[in-house]
Design a protein around this ligand. Sequence first.
Ligand SMILES: [Cu+2]
Length: 135
Amino acid sequence: MKKTLFVLLIFASLMLSSCGGPAPLTTLDVALTDFQYTPNFFTIPAGETITVNASNTGAVVHNFVIMKLGTEAGAEWTDEEDVPNIYWQIQLEPGATTSGTFVAPSEPGEYQVICSTPGHLMAGMIGKVVVVAGE
Ligand SMILES: [Cu+2]
């Protein structure tokens, strides 16, 4: 019992010492549904290769689009304005499960995630990737 508590305390102090937020992950598991991401918040380490395991459990096509730093898709997705601002994306047919990889941006910051299927952004299909500096 005491040993368990001791191990927990060590673990807790390690967590606290690593810069506050949730520990960054290099593997992201995300479910896309009509019309949201679960989870919708991800923390990743800058410059690392990130694997995304995505599944579309909804009834329509969904995308996981990461926008470039400092850009957002605004109220509604438009190919003309927003395609040049795509950092990385993956698309899933309904019922599909797909994996993809990308190299995390080198610049720490908050990156918007949105679904570019018409109407989905307006329906609230939005998320966030936070890039944190490596140790
Ligand atoms: Cu969608």
